[in-house]
Design a protein around this ligand. Structure first.
Ligand code: ADP
Ligand code: MG
Length: 238
């Protein structure tokens, strides 16, 4: 079956500025992710996994520059899009589940309101509708008593619950590509297993694609249909 890729990067090179110098982090990397695929990105710490994952969303830090290559989302080059355009694409088409859930949640909003805000912004849902949808998303990530959790603040939840909330947020707009950057690192083993099962169901049910970043080959082998191995900023195998 020759399905068009959801996202495709061709010959990417990325540098970081450190003081006066530019240090190369990603060298001539190409990657193709197709619909319904869970694509693993594995490599040792510092090999460039997060840099590549964030580049695919055009979400790099300010001291990074893409020196060559292109990134195509449904065939359109993201590198030529305006910032305003990118803000629409983030959340709607591309979602990130970050490594540290608490840091990515807003401490002063309830869980329900944070999830609701995303669908209000990207799908134009009303306040009431978006809150209903937030509770439904919490139920889908298997949070017990989602109505009560929706009224809580991030610090009132355990690490595992916070991570489920970030997953619910990332999936609330049914993105084309979900990027999970070492999402289970902060979790205990039992919670990891539950959350890994959940990803698989959610990716299948949403017909999305996912890029699953991990330094753990065992997790990648269990989770992913295809794998790209990074070594020192280059693709070693795919
Ligand atoms: P990984 O996610 O595989 O651990 P990273 O993509 O975080 O690897 O890092 C790849 C390389 O880029 C490393 O040498 C790291 O030090 C460097 N790097 C990552 N982020 C930054 C940054 N914001 N500024 C400067 N260098 C960075
Ligand atoms: Mg990383």
């Amino acid at each position: 079956m020759s399905e068009n890729p959801v996202i495709q990067a061709n010959n990417l090179c990325i540098d970081y500025r450190l003081g006066k110098h530019w240090i190369n982090a990603i060298r001539d990397v190409s990657i193709v992710i197709k619909p319904s695929e869970t694509h693993g990105l594995v490599g040792e710490s510092g090999s460039g996994k997060s840099t590549l994952a964030l580049a695919l969303m055009r979400y790099l830090t300010k001291n990074a520059r893409i020196t060559s290559g292109e990134i195509l989302l449904d065939g359109e080059n993201l590198l030529t899009k305006s910032d305003a355009n990118m803000r629409k694409i983030w959340g709607r088409d591309l979602s990130l589940v970050p490594q540290d859930p608490l840091a990515s949640l807003n401490p002063s909003y309830t869980i329900g309101n944070q999830i609701a805000e995303i669908t209000q912004l990207h799908q134009g849902l009303s306040g009431q509708e978006s809150l209903r949808r937030a509770v439904e998303m919490l139920r889908r990530v298997k949070i017990a008593d989602p109505e009560a959790v929706a009224r809580k603040y991030p610090h009132q939840l355990s690490g595992g619950m916070q991570q489920r909330v970030t997953i619910a947020m990332a999936l609330s707009t049914q993105p084309r590509l979900l990027i999970l950057d070492e999402p289970t690192t902060a979790l205990d083993v039992t919670t990891q297993a539950v959350i890994l099962d959940l990803f698989r169901d959610l990716i299948r049910d949403n017909h999305a694609a996912a890029l699953y970043v991990s330094h753990d080959l065992g997790v990648i082998a269990q989770m992913c249909d295809r794998v790209t191995v990074l070594y020192s900023g280059e693709v070693m195998a795919s």
